[in-house]
Ligand binder design. Structure first.
Ligand code: SD4
Length: 329
């Protein structure tokens, strides 16, 4: 039988061991816990590689995520060979190139333009709406007038190539968007800067040969783009009507808020869209939807309805590269 003194000695020794073990465990936890990966930028489709490179110029110099995403998406906007964004974008069925874009920063500042014609960089007009007006969205003629008042130049965006395609399309005038074919490629980009702040941008010419006045998800905050600086940032591509229906990007952010990894959050949102398509007896094979997301830890992920969607990732750990998104179908 041990004496009381022995018991106390033993208890002290045990707790000392326990204490040592705990501090060791804490130490190893601190070592093993993944540090926040920042800066990081991700963007949709293969033109994301060039866009990321431009964004990285800003991020690698300690620049703001907001400046990075604007600089990034301006690359495909200004490239006439990218036929789904900005200059050279495919027109609506009347031959008009009408552009949609939005931008969101870490303070929940937002700006957006829809159905904007004649301006190569709608993302910068969206930013001007955000910074210089009491509003968050301008459309059509009003957006154009505002852009011109801000010094943006009026240009013809319909390149001979896009015009030729439109004239070819007029022969049948059949509106049947083809999955993963260039008639629906949007650049969406989200980034976290070295300070850990998030921003995003999204810009497109929308669905080729759409009805006059049609607006997709890309300029709609919560649909084509959403940023919550406490949680993460998300952007979407694909059939805008389906993304709007589910408030797509906002849904993904909310799922990340509940603790889901970005990939799982994107997957869950895509599955909700699939349920909605089935409810309406739509063949899911006729649709494509893709989400990309980052969270506050700098983790990234994507998911799409069907294969063929890819996205570009660039971070301090990952050299700029294109990744294939996993898909549901
Ligand atoms: C739209 N979501 O206008 C855009 C098009 C797109 O990949 O993303 N295409 O509906």
């Amino acid at each position: 039988m041990g004496s009381r003194r022995e018991f106390i000695k033993m208890a002290a020794a045990t707790s000392a061991v326990a204490f040592t073990d705990t501090s060791k465990a804490m130490e190893s936890l601190a070592i093993n816990e993944n540090p926040v990966q920042k800066p990081i930028v991700i963007s949709t489709w293969q033109f994301g590689i060039q866009a990321n490179a431009a964004a990285w110029q800003v991020l690698s110099k300690n620049g703001r995520a907001l400046d990075a995403v604007e600089a990034g998406v301006k690359i495909p906007e200004g490239d006439p060979n990218e036929r789904s964004v900005g200059l050279g974008g495919r027109p609506d069925r009347d031959g008009r190139v009408t552009l949609d874009a939005c931008i969101m920063d870490e303070y929940t500042n937002i700006g957006s333009v829809a159905c904007l014609e004649h301006i190569v960089h709608p993302i910068s007009v969206a930013r001007a709406v955000m910074e210089k007006t009491p509003h968050v969205m301008l459309v059509g003629e009003g957006a154009l007038e505002f852009a011109l008042s801000q010094g943006f130049k009026k240009e013809n965006l319909l390149t001979p190539e896009s015009e030729a395609e439109w004239k070819e399309w007029l022969k049948t005038s059949e509106y049947k968007p083809k999955v993963n074919i260039e008639n629906h490629d949007t650049i969406g980009m989200v980034a976290m800067d070295a300070q850990g702040n998030l921003s995003g941008a999204c810009t497109t010419s929308g669905m080729a040969f759409k009805m006059k006045g049609r607006v997709g998800d890309s300029p709609i905050i919560g649909a084509g783009l959403f940023v919550d600086n406490e949680v993460g940032a998300v952007t979407a591509t694909g059939h805008g009507e389906e993304v709007i229906r589910m408030a797509g990007s906002h849904t993904v952010v909310e799922l990340m808020r509940q603790g889901l990894h970005p990939e799982k959050a994107c997957k869950t949102a895509v599955e909700r869209i699939l349920v909605s398509l089935k409810k309406r007896n739509k063949d899911p094979k006729d649709f494509q939807i893709g989400f990309i997301a980052i969270n506050k830890k700098g983790e990234h992920g994507a998911w799409c309805l069907q294969g063929g969607f890819n996205y570009a990732v660039y971070s301090s750990e990952i050299p700029n590269q294109l990744l294939d998104s996993k898909s549901t179908l």
